[in-house]
Design a protein around this ligand. Structure first.
Ligand code: DGL
Length: 278
């Protein structure tokens, strides 16, 4: 049974784990959310690399044989450094997300040459230009839009209660209008942040209200697909209790369980607290 390490700055990477569990049900998963040092999305490259490498090494010490960097920001800014520091294969979310956008473009009526991608991500991810580099290499035009308010809105859970949802819809409308001003005929929307899959229904509503049709691509699902090709699992047989997951967090266990269950869509039985320093 393979041990797969999954790392994120916090709870968001649980959207990637959620996609991995049904695809590779016979793996063991060790998840680390570096909640004491989050958000990564507003930090410098040096700091993100330092935090991500210490977190990744912790997962190797826990027996991880394959590491998934579920955090877009850590992937965009530090993937090469993490790979260089570890003795195991490391998969990030940017390349699978860009490849999924390519697949969507080639299947769309506009084709690859007529398509344009809008990437939504944290400020650090957009500043790194990592998605643009990957998309350009694949022959796709793209623009990047930093959406720094979306992570806190998702973490606060402002997604359902009508007054709160209105605020989130207003914020999404502003971000999408600004993005579409730069790319008026964009037809693919790439969600380049762990938190954004939880916003998908609100993004769909916003696009409908703007009368703009776009295909939404989620790099969490694309990454899980890429990992399953590297570490294929057998289908869950009868009597199998489901994948074994061990969760570690660097800050409040109670908060990790409360927020994490929203991202994973199931309760997180046991979360262990660890200290990785500052
Ligand atoms: N996990 C980060 C990402 O996917 C979002 C949260 C943060 O900024 O730390 O970019």
């Amino acid at each position: 049974m393979k041990v797969i390490g999954v790392f994120d700055s916090g709870f968001g990477g649980l959207t990637v784990l959620r996609e991995l569990l049904p695809r590779i049900p016979d793996a063991r998963y060790v998840y680390l959310g570096d909640t004491a040092r989050l958000p990564y999305g507003s930090k410098s490259r040096e700091t993100i690399a330092r935090y991500a490498i210490s977190s990744a090494k912790f997962l190797v010490d826990q027996g991880a044989e394959l590491l998934v960097i579920a955090c877009n920001t850590a992937t965009a800014l530090a993937l090469d450094q993490i790979r260089a520091a570890l003795p195991i294969p490391v998969i990030g979310v940017v390349e699978p997300g860009a490849r999924a956008a390519l697949a969507a473009a080639s299947a769309s009526p506009a084709g690859i040459r007529g398509s344009e991608v809008v990437l939504l991500a944290t400020a650090a991810t957009t500043q790194s230009g990592a998605y643009t580099r990957n998309l350009t290499e694949l022959g796709l035009r793209s623009i990047e839009k930093a959406c720094p308010l979306l992570v806190p809105l998702v973490e606060e859970g402002w997604l359902e209660e009508p007054a709160q949802k209105t605020v989130t819809l207003d914020v999404l409308r502003i971000y999408l209008l600004e993005a579409l001003e730069q790319a008026p005929s964009a037809n693919i929307l790439l969600l380049g942040c762990t938190h954004y899959p939880l916003l998908t229904p609100l993004i769909e509503t916003t696009l409908q209200n703007l009368h703009h049709r776009m295909q939404i691509i989620d790099s969490a699902a694309a990454t899980a697909q890429a990992v399953s090709l590297l570490a294929p699992g057998s289908h869950a047989g009868e009597g199998m209790t489901g994948p074994e997951c061990v969760f570690y967090a660097t800050d409040s266990i109670e908060k990790f369980q409360r927020l994490g269950s929203r991202f994973l869509r199931r309760p997180l039985a046991e979360v262990r607290l660890i200290d990785l320093g500052g």
